[in-house]
Write a protein that binds this ligand. Sequence first.
Ligand SMILES: [Zn+2]
Length: 294
Amino acid sequence: MKIFQNKYLLLILIGIILILVLMLVYLSFRGRKDKVNQNLQTTATVDIVPSPSPTESSVATNKQEILDKYAGREAQEWGDSTSGVIKDFTAQGKQIALTLDACPRSTDQSFDKRLIDYLAQNNIPATLFISGSWAEKNRENLDEIVKNPNFEIENHGMDHKPCSSKGESAFGVKGTENVSEIYDEIETSANLLEEFTGKKVKFYRSGTGYADEICVGVAEDIGEKVVNWSLAADGGATYSKDKIESLLDQIESGQIAIVHMNHPEGPNAEAIIESIPKLQSAGFDFVKLEDVIN
Ligand SMILES: [Zn+2]
């Protein structure tokens, strides 16, 4: 052909063909590489997606995270008014919160049925801080109590220990020794109460109410705010009927009162049963903590 008679044109044509061939080789190589990368990514994704884990392993992960978070920290506060502890609430009008503690006792594991029945029959809302060890011995009673929607069940710790990250005591009661024990004291009881009542607890009150700031942090990490009181109305179930009545008579809006429901031998029921109608006449409404604390 005439075109090939010009050697320059022939060289240009060969050059173009060579470039086209090289481009084709390059594109084909890149396509394969992308495919390999895609496969690698897919494989990697499959590898890092965790398989659905049973509750136990996720609880253990949380506990380890909490242990790591507080490692090396030392608590500075100790008492029932430690930073972060809720003691009252913002009232809408004349509202007060009655909280009843069910602490375990070595001698008597029963409870003040008179008091609970009175509250139930008169539709008085109340928040019950139940310790896990009390709940274990009162499963049937608790089943009966939770049928009433006016009763809110919250966490009073598994073994009713003061909540310390370094083994402090309160009123002669030995507290938890470290963060691991704090976690177990709060979480074991929370799980048990959820199993018994079908509801997750939102608040925690330690045995004796004593806590350090690391305990308050751990409880919040677990998902429970620490709630104590601004009116100790029965002095740890030691006050007389008159004294309980006179203290309740002075309650103010937004206050959280604590009494005990595990001393049926004491004057608590009688004092509270006489105080409640007077407080209602004075215009007070009783509220559950879950309705007033976010
Ligand atoms: Zn208690």
